[in-house]
Ligand binder design. Structure first.
Ligand code: GLU
Length: 331
């Protein structure tokens, strides 16, 4: 009898161990999606956080996510190409160059062509914002000549946009007195300390990096006029012209600039079911995304195919087709 009781006790104990508590079991079964995001003081990182929250709140989907910060677009494309991230947030212009192996993704550039990149959706406009110290008297990008400039973090899309904009004014990075590639946090600190005159940021409006710098030091936004914007859009069609309203950053005046779009991408070898569920989770919980940052309020089902630049993943395509969203030809 004693033996039977002991055996029964051991059995019950091991069963309990094996089963664990229900939430642990769910967590173990959930598939982990790694999301390559961007700057902690930008918009990609808060967006990644909101997606991770949505998956956590919808355990039935069987997915969970970890969010990594990074320099952003170019670095994230390499993570996709090398299979080191499952999902990435990046700019639609950079995604196009990466998928097609052009420019900074051509052979021998140190970056890898991402033929395996597949789109989930496009997200919200990212404005090319050039913030400058008031005392540096920089009114147009032409005035950046001979100045100390942060052209964006290492591995950013910003750096690519900075080069293209300077090109429109007949300048290259060699015309700058100093070229810095700093994280967005460092860039803001350098500006506050007067160690740089200006910084480029391709980021959603109201990003913490610009707001914080404007709060702490006297600075302005640099205007890109119609003529130069038109020339830029002609050569690099992913840009569109946008104004930035006065007062966006403390006492900033109204300026005109250009913007690209951010997007979510994944790898071609990700299972259709997982990407379908991932896409559905985001678009059926958009209020969580919208709450994570003001710039994310532009994320919508209706605009999810705008400016599409790489072929869609079948899982995402299935979701948008079910929702009656027109898929652009060829994607
Ligand atoms: N668009 C930026 C870049 O790739 C990143 C912005 C962000 O992290 O919000 O340079």
């Amino acid at each position: 009898m004693k033996k039977i009781i002991i055996i029964a006790a051991v059995l019950v104990f091991s069963l309990t161990l094996f089963q664990g508590n229900p939430s642990q079991v769910m967590a173990q079964k959930k598939k982990l999606i790694t999301i390559a995001s961007g700057w902690v003081t930008g918009c990609y990182y808060p967006l990644g956080g909101s997606i991770s929250r949505i998956l956590f709140q919808n355990p039935d989907l069987g997915l969970r996510a970890t969010v990594e910060s990074s320099g952003a677009s170019v670095a994230n494309s390499n993570l996709i190409a090398n299979g080191d991230a499952d999902v990435a947030i990046l700019q639609n212009d950079i995604a196009y160059y990466a998928y097609n192996g052009q420019r900074m993704f051509a052979a021998d550039t140190g970056n890898k062509q991402a033929e395996n990149m597949r789109a989930i959706c496009t997200l919200y406009p990212e404005y090319i914002q050039i913030q400058a110290l008031k005392k540096s008297n920089i009114r147009t990008p032409a005035d950046l000549k001979g100045k100390r400039v942060c052209v964006g973090p290492l591995g950013s899309g910003t750096e690519v946009n900075a080069g293209q904009i300077l090109e429109m004014y007949g300048l290259t990075f060699d015309d700058l007195a100093k070229v810095e590639r700093l994280t967005s946090k460092e860039s803001s600190d350098f500006m506050k300390d007067g160690r740089i005159d200006a910084a480029f940021y391709t980021v959603g409006l109201g990003a913490a990096v610009l707001a914080d710098t404007a709060f702490m030091t006297s600075c302005t936004l640099v205007n890109i006029d119609d003529q130069h914007a038109a020339k830029l859009i002609k050569k690099y069609p992913f840009y569109a012209q946008f104004p930035i309203k006065a007062g966006t950053y403390k006492d900033s005046e109204e300026v005109k600039t250009v913007a690209v779009l951010s997007m979510l991408v994944t790898r071609a070898d990700m299972p259709e079911k997982d990407i379908y569920n991932f896409t559905k989770a985001i678009f059926e919980n958009l209020e969580t995304v919208h709450k994570a940052h003001a710039a994310l309020k532009d994320v919508s089902l209706e605009s999810a195919m705008d400016g599409m630049s790489v072929p869609l993943h079948p899982g995402a395509k299935k979701y948008f087709q079910e929702k009656g969203i027109q898929i652009p030809a060829g994607y």
